[in-house]
Design a protein around this ligand. Structure first.
Ligand code: PGA
Length: 248
């Protein structure tokens, strides 16, 4: 059975009330066109409720970008997986490199977050990726293999968990690895998943992320073991994101 791809938009810290309209336009687009992919937008937490409300009944899903490991408590400024679920999120991105780098998130914390997400019946989208320096030193496979083993909970299933390979140096830079490099890294992630989950390792979706654009999406999505994309900047543009959706 081929894996149904997933295209996920990560809005990062962008968007206010008026961008809810863009989410509605994506939902209308999905309902009008036959797109052979699961599609999700992860807006900032402040918009999850409004965006979800605006697209009720649509095929488009709404996700979140981060959560706290605990369900509730004295964690000023944080939001839990159960709160995101309550707001209408169906998935949570965990371990994005901007959080690993900016907030010193470790593999262990990422794993705990993913576990908290899965326990709520939501999907966890676990990000891994090497820095430019690690890429230059030829350490990519070693780094992403270690991150994946350390970040994926043992309870993860292909239904509950997606993996996103995002080279740190490709994010927001307009640069992407060569197709052969993406192919090699995704094959390594697949091999690692098969080792961790011999029965179901073949079924996990492995997304590519990092400067996915309207121009390069079809080439990247055609690569073996690339089961979708995590799209940052281009998911803030109707034209770019829908072009990416059409290229699935
Ligand atoms: P980008 O971001 O598509 O803007 O490079 C991807 C991401 O960080 O998820």
């Amino acid at each position: 059975m081929p894996i149904r791809p997933a295209i996920i938009g990560n809005w990062k810290m962008n968007g206010s009330g008026k961008e809810v309209k863009l989410v509605s336009r994506f939902a209308d687009f999905l309902d009008k066109h036959k797109i052979a992919a699961d599609v999700m937008i992860c807006p900032p937490a402040t918009l999850i409720g409004r965006a979800g409300g605006a697209i009720k009944g649509s095929k488009l899903k709404i996700g979140a970008q981060n959560c706290h490991v605990a369900a509730s408590g004295a964690y000023t400024g944080d939001v839990s997986a159960s709160m995101l679920k309550d707001a209408g999120a169906k998935a949570v991105i965990v371990g994005h490199s901007e959080r690993r780098a900016g907030y010193d998130e470790t593999d262990k914390q990422v794993r705990q977050k993913a576990q908290a997400v899965i326990e709520q019946g939501l999907q966890s989208i676990i990000c891994v990726g090497e820095t430019r320096q690690q890429f230059n030193k030829g350490q990519t496979l070693q780094v992403v293999g270690r991150q994946l083993r350390g970040s994926i909970p043992s309870s993860a299933t292909p239904q509950s968990t997606l993996i996103a390979y995002e080279p740190v140096w490709a994010i927001g830079s307009g640069r992407t690895p060569k197709p052969a490099d993406i192919l090699r890294t995704h094959a390594h992630l697949r091999k690692t998943l098969l080792k961790l989950h011999p029965k179901e390792g073949a079924k996990f979706k492995i997304l590519y992320g990092g400067s996915v654009s309207a121009a390069n999406a079809s080439d990247i999505l055609a690569l073996e073991n690339v089961n979708g994309a995590l799209v940052g900047g281009a998911s803030l543009s109707f034209k770019d994101f829908t072009t990416i959706l059409r290229s699935v």
